[in-house]
Design a protein around this ligand. Structure first.
Ligand code: SF4
Ligand code: SF4
Length: 244
């Protein structure tokens, strides 16, 4: 998740509220006005999902995608970092025989920092990113833009070969070592203020099918990012805040 200021999330939510009804409790949560948010961790298929819970109301924050009625994440896409697998797949999809020519023409380098809401890790990343518009400039990095692959009906022109990050949204995920120093995949929501799919419920049950579906996607994505950095297609630097 890109480090975002509360005011940029508020601006995005205010824009979203012109079209979608946003629950005031969810508005306050996303703009940092709730002081009772606790983490409810749940392990689904080996991925630890951190579900935010409003403790005063005893309500969990859950999510369901509203596509095709909504395609706001593609209308307001901040950046599209690519794994090595993404590069090979999308290069072919958009008609390149050579990955390096695809990288030269269709991508640029993005660098940014992430800190997940319940994570203990600040991550600095530099990755090859798919251009959201052909004349994308360095200063556009992190700024919401309509993605060039989104058509008028809300379909993605490179689906199902779209980047892993598009499959993951609105989750953010990261790897953290457990007590036995084994890497564990964690995930939580990234609140960019652009998604109307969040809702509140006393029980997590209604979201279990979504968590099961995303657990596989999130696990594979983390493995793909590891391969990407191992093979020097990207750079990820982790700072573990627990180590002072
Ligand atoms: S913004 Fe949220 S609800 Fe809308 S398409 Fe994207 S993930 Fe689905
Ligand atoms: S690549 Fe497809 S899914 Fe991803 S932002 Fe663009 S239109 Fe949306």
């Amino acid at each position: 998740m890109a480090v975002q200021t509360e005011s940029s999330v508020k601006d995005s939510l205010d824009l979203l509220a012109r079209k979608w009804k946003i629950d005031p409790k969810l508005y306050d949560l996303q703009t940092g006005r709730r002081d009772d948010v606790v983490d409810t961790p749940i392990n689904v298929g080996g991925v630890v999902f951190h579900i935010p819970t409003l403790s005063k109301d005893r309500l969990h924050v859950l999510w369901k995608c509203l596509w095709p009625d909504c395609h706001n994440c593609c209308e307001r896409q901040g950046r599209l970092p690519l794994t090595k697998d993404d590069i090979g797949r999308i290069a072919k999809k958009v008609g390149y025989d050579s990955n390096s020519e695809f990288v030269r023409n269709e991508t640029r380098i993005s660098s940014w920092q992430e800190q997940a809401a319940f994570g203990n890790v600040i991550t600095t990343l530099s990755m090859i990113s798919l251009k959201r518009k052909m004349d994308e400039r360095e200063e556009d990095d992190g700024t919401p833009l309509r993605c060039r692959f989104l058509d008028e009906q809300g379909f993605c022109g490179i689906h199902p070969d779209k980047p892993g990050v598009c499959w993951l949204y609105p989750f953010a995920s990261w790897l953290e070592a457990d007590a036995r120093k084994q890497p564990v995949v964690h995930a939580t929501f990234q609140f960019t203020g652009d998604c109307p799919g969040f809702y509140l419920d006393k029980s997590i049950d209604s979201m279990m099918p979504v968590l099961q579906e995303y657990s596989g996607k999130i696990y594979s994505y983390n493995m793909a990012v590891s391969r990407t950095t191992r093979e020097n297609y990207g750079f990820v630097n982790l700072i573990d805040l627990r180590r002072g």
